[in-house]
Design a protein around this ligand. Structure first.
Ligand SMILES: *[C@@H]1O[C@H](CO)[C@@H](O)[C@H](O)[C@H]1NC(C)=O
Ligand SMILES: *[C@@H]1O[C@H](CO)[C@@H](O)[C@H](O)[C@H]1NC(C)=O
Ligand SMILES: *[C@@H]1O[C@H](CO)[C@@H](O)[C@H](O)[C@H]1NC(C)=O
Ligand SMILES: *[C@@H]1O[C@H](CO)[C@@H](O)[C@H](O)[C@H]1NC(C)=O
Ligand SMILES: *[C@@H]1O[C@H](CO)[C@@H](O)[C@H](O)[C@H]1NC(C)=O
Ligand SMILES: *[C@@H]1O[C@H](CO)[C@@H](O)[C@H](O)[C@H]1NC(C)=O
Ligand SMILES: *[C@@H]1O[C@H](CO)[C@@H](O)[C@H](O)[C@H]1NC(C)=O
Ligand SMILES: *[C@@H]1O[C@H](CO)[C@@H](O)[C@H](O)[C@H]1NC(C)=O
Ligand SMILES: [Zn+2]
Length: 907
């Protein structure tokens, strides 16, 4: 499955409320029997009453008993099982084993069938559960309801499944464990005017009379329960191209909105087949567009019936952003990769989910890059996956890769590790063992383990076998695959490699320690770290060979430094290693000088991004003085490539938060504007037909900050767009830029302009949030904002969840917004639950003791716990430890100083 990252502030609160702990093995289901084949029959009731409906069914499970026992344990949740319809028959003799009693364990979701007689060892049985039923609601889990609106405004319901990780048990009684794989024969009973689809091809349909039809699907291959899927709907499907159809609401199919996704699917499946050397097992691969608001995550890899949020399959130039179009390609690549990694070869326990999600998250970029070569997806991987993993993996709350817990599905840290960290570690491995060895290792792993469930050591032994065959032990510094990889999958966090060049006696010391961004824990972990490096003085500055030149396996090591006096040393080519690098101050300054004075292109674009990202994060954690990243960042005045610009822009919210309480705020804003101006001049305000993929992201990022920080041309351009719209009825802005342009136009708009957009918002929907309401919240005019909140209160929009979004946006967009928001919660009369939310949102922006006092008082008048203290104390702490004075001092010199006088500490 795929999911989108949470904002960092949300993560802080989720993890604060999370109880870290070990995996509780008592939740493992007993394995005395093993399912071989399920014959599942489900009937849906598509008549919805009071937002719910029901389904009922029966299941026959053919079992193999590997161990004598007088009980069988299955999973179920919230099902109503008729125990009198349970029947257990010995396969050969046909004798029935009597059920003595049923025990249920709600916490573990066990359904235990106790028998009067023992199951024999190594015998087959048929377990029939003749009648069970369950409730379907709009709850995104198990077999559930979703709805969409037709062109003519009619509301239609569909029933669809989403089982990962442990929700199959909410749809039918089963052995809901990734190691208990089986084949499935699925029968769906539905009314005449609906269709049913499932993992496999439809075999035949029977008319059961009374408007009931039963569709029987071909038996599936052996697979885990969490990828079983069915859909009952009045959806239409596209024509079938090769193995693919897409099911979606009829209007979308008629309008051709699925053409892009369909052709992408056709291309992508072949790319995965070619890489893995194993053909896709099913004869069909259908895709389903589930209504946007009725899907837990982004997409789900059900074997042969992959489901996606609508936005990722319904693609048109008029409504899809560049990011949506990219996500269409990468989500298809992600879910298709899962057909091998996850479906064909499954992890043995949920703790090893990274064996599935790590590969899918890596290949979504890699296979995506083969399908869309010009998009530079592998460069994007570094900044959008690896560098983000380095961020959330540097707190005391993170977990190791081998520690995912399905019961904490709401707990993003362990989920993010399985996706972001694991895929970054896989990329690292691809670079140190080389591309072909990884590919051959994976081919071997898949071939050896197909239809089975694995642990990481199965992966490592397949890879080791190829290393042995190729006699390529030097790639690993003669370490084994497993000894290297275990340090990455079992240790929590990741290392900081510190480089100390001794400029007198020509030695260099490399050392490693776990990196923490804030609070530190005692930690003695060491990793097997592949080190690649480039010297400025070497004749060929080769950034392309990403094999390890050295393995750092001890806490520290010292060796000769051959290029003592000549320029910089740079470690971790193309940031392929999953770690940060710190240097002595001389080396940092040499890098800064080079970037600023020479042709910075001579340092690989990903390493430029790495330097910016590492340096700012090291400064934030107090490991280098702030002048280091600030000196380095000055080179960005020449940079036009998105890859190094993005980590800088990503750091700006933190820097701006710190500096917003500084008297030097204006100098700070000018510094940011200076740095981003070259990129702005390069991409321009308006979308161009020949824009490269990444230029579109650059434009969005740069314009957002420039306009926000008061760049006059930027703001005027935005306002001009709004006024042209007002005057001639045409808004000539690309889909990508619409929100940003309108928001920034509104910042400086007068009341007339604002009213014009307000009209548009209300006309679009007077009851629901839309992009215009969002833009209206960007005003920096106190009077307008205040009036806006009162109007919303009057129209009752503010009192539903949409109001929360608008209020949030007002607070996020400007300091004026914070001020108005504060006044509003002091004075307005809104329901308590709403007031609590408003206090929460405003508290996130508060950073003084005085504000803390006031918010405490406001919150104390309300029932429930608003974490005002935690929020504001956290902010106060951040400011206190932010090294604000260092930043201010640097900024003071910034205007006068040129690059010649950078602070160089030569020995
Ligand atoms: C099931 O049977 C086995 C073997 O007889 C026994 O060890 C186990 O405790 C039983 N489980 C339950 C839940 O009764
Ligand atoms: C067990 O169930 C399967 C699937 O429904 C059926 O084909 C088979 O005949 C059953 N065997 C016995 C002994 O009941
Ligand atoms: C299907 O038919 C039923 C009964 O005739 C009707 O209530 C329902 O609206 C129809 N549904 C669709 C999607 O056409
Ligand atoms: C995969 O399918 C293609 C086309 O159907 C066929 O030519 C090829 O031999 C198959 N490869 C394998 C490994 O089965
Ligand atoms: C968008 O328009 C461009 C240029 O006309 C075209 O090449 C591309 O295929 C279109 N994309 C989609 C998703 O329709
Ligand atoms: C080089 O100098 C450093 C720092 O003075 C010292 O720690 C190290 O032992 C020296 N190494 C050699 C080989 O002399
Ligand atoms: C780290 O190592 C030191 C010295 O070997 C030891 O005293 C300490 O207990 C270790 N700390 C942890 C958290 O393992
Ligand atoms: C709120 O609604 C009332 C009645 O429709 C109207 O008289 C009043 O002017 C409105 N107030 C605002 C702030 O729009
Ligand atoms: Zn996935």
């Amino acid at each position: 499955m795929t999911f989108r990252q949470l904002s960092p502030i949300l993560i802080v609160f989720i993890i604060c409320s999370l109880i870290n702990g070990d995996i509780d093995s008592s939740f493992n289901i007993p394995k005395n029997v093993k399912p071989i084949r399920y014959t599942l029959t489900v009937e849906t009731n598509m008549e919805i009453h009071e937002n719910s409906s029901t389904f009922n069914g029966s299941v026959i499970i053919e079992l193999f008993s590997s161990q004598a026992a007088s009980n069988i344990t299955l999973h179920e949740r919230n099902l109503d099982i008729n125990r009198h319809t349970i029947k257990l028959i010995h396969y050969i003799s046909g004798t029935e084993l009597k059920v003595s009693n049923i025990e249920t364990d709600e916490e573990r979701e066990f359904y235990i069938i106790h028998l009067e007689d023992e199951l024999l060892t190594n015998e087959y049985y048929n377990l029939t559960i003749g009648e069970f039923s369950g409730v379907m609601t709009y709850d995104f889990v198990g077999f559930y309801l979703a709805k969409y609106t037709t062109k003519s405004g009619e509301e239609r319901n569909i029933a669809v499944t989403d089982f990962q990780p442990t929700d199959a048990r909410k749809a039918f009684p089963c052995f809901d464990d990734p190691s208990m794989k089986a084949a499935f024969v699925i029968n769906i009973i539905r009314p005449a005017n609906y269709t049913a689809v499932s993992n496999e091809e439809l075999l035949y349909t029977e008319d059961l009379g009374n408007d009931r039809f039963m569709d029987t699907f071909k038996q599936t291959v052996i697979m885990p329960t969490y990828v079983v899927a069915y859909l009952v709907s009045d959806y239409k499907h596209t024509q079938r191209i090769e193995r693919h159809r897409i099911f979606a609401k009829p209007d979308a199919v008629d309008n051709g909105e699925l053409d892009y996704a369909l052709s992408t699917a056709v291309e992508t499946l072949k790319v995965v087949e070619e890489y893995t050397g194993l053909n896709y097992t099913n004869t069909k691969m259908d895709l389903v567009a589930v209504p946007e608001e009725y899907f837990k995550l982004q997409a789900m890899e059900n074997w042969g019936l992959v489901t996606y949020k609508e936005r990722f399959l319904l693609i048109s130039n008029e409504t899809s952003t560049t990011e949506d179009i990219q996500s269409c390609v990468t989500n298809i690549a992600h879910e298709f990769s899962h057909q091998w990694f996850g479906n064909l070869v499954t992890f043995k326990e949920w703790r090893y989910m990274w064996l599935s999600e790590g590969f899918a998250s890596y290949f979504e970029f890699y296979f995506g890059s083969l399908v869309r070569p010009s998009w530079r997806l592998m460069d994007l991987f570094t900044i959008t996956v690896l560098q983000k993993a380095l961020e959330f993996d540097s707190t005391v709350y993170t977990e190791s890769m081998n520690n995912y817990k399905p019961r904490d599905i709401g707990s993003m840290p362990t989920l993010q590790i399985s996706y972001y960290k694991a895929s970054s570690v896989i990329r690292m491995a691809q670079h140190f063992v080389t591309f072909d060895i990884l590919k051959n290792g994976l081919r071997r792993y898949l071939k050896e383990n197909k239809f089975k469930s694995t642990e990481p050591k199965d992966l490592y032994s397949a890879l080791q076998a190829i290393i042995d065959e190729e006699n390529a032990h030097d790639l690993l510094g003669n370490n084994s695959v497993i000894s290297i990889m275990e340090t990455w999958d079992s240790n929590t966090g990741f290392p900081l490699v510190t480089v100390h060049r001794n400029y007198n006696n020509k030695t260099i010391t490399l050392s490693q320690e776990r990196f923490f961004s804030e609070k530190e824990d005692e930690n003695n972990s060491t990793w097997y770290i592949p080190i690649s490096y480039v010297y400025q003085a070497s004749s060929n500055r080769d950034f392309s060979d990403t094999r390890a030149a050295i393995w750092l396996v001890e806490k520290s090591m010292t060796s000769a430094d051959d290029f003592k006096s000549n320029g910089w040393l740079l470690i971790n080519k193309q940031q392929t290693g999953y770690y940060r690098v710190n240097y002595d101050l001389i080396n940092w300054n040499r890098l800064a000088l080079f970037l600023n004075k020479n042709d910075f292109h001579e340092i690989h674009v990903i390493n430029r991004a790495q330097i910016i990202d590492d340096a700012f994060n090291l400064a934030r954690s107090g490991k280098v003085p702030y002048y280091v990243p600030l000196n380095l960042s000055k080179y960005l005045v020449k940079e036009t490539d998105y890859i190094p610009i993005e980590p800088f822009v990503r750091f700006l919210p933190h820097l701006s938060f710190v500096m917003s309480s500084s008297e030097k705020y204006d100098i700070y804003r000018n510094y940011v504007i200076d740095l981003l101006s070259a990129a702005y001049d390069y991409v321009g305000f308006n979308e161009k037909p020949n824009d490269a993929h990444l230029d579109k992201y650059t434009r969005k990022a740069v314009i957002e900050w420039l306009c926000k920080f008061g760049h006059a041309e930027c703001r005027n351009n935005a306002l001009r767009k709004l006024r042209e719209w007002k005057e001639n009825g045409i808004l000539s802005v690309s889909v990508d830029m619409k929100q940003i342009v309108l928001c920034n136009a509104i910042r400086i708009a007068n009341t007339n302009d604002w009213e014009f957009l307000y009209e548009k918002a209300v006309r679009k929907s007077s009851t629901q949030y839309n992009e215009y309401y969002a833009a209206l919240a960007c005003s920096e005019n106190e009077f307008i904002l205040n009036d806006y909140l009162n109007r919303l209160l009057n129209s009752t929009i503010l009192l539903n969840k949409d109001g929360k979004k608008i209020f949030n946006k007002i607070i996020e967009e400007s300091d004026v917004g914070v001020k108005v928001g504060m006044n509003f919660i002091r004075n307005a009369i809104v329901p308590e639950e709403m007031q609590a939310y408003f206090i929460f949102v405003v508290s996130r922006k508060c950073k003084t003791e005085k504000q803390l006092e006031e918010m405490r008082l406001l919150a104390s008048a309300l029932p429930g716990d608003i974490p005002v203290d935690e929020l504001i104390s956290y902010n106060i702490e951040i400011i206190k430890e932010s090294h604000k004075e260092d930043i201010e001092n640097w900024l003071l010199k910034y205007n006068a100083e040129n690059i010649e006088s950078l602070n160089i500490v030569e020995v």
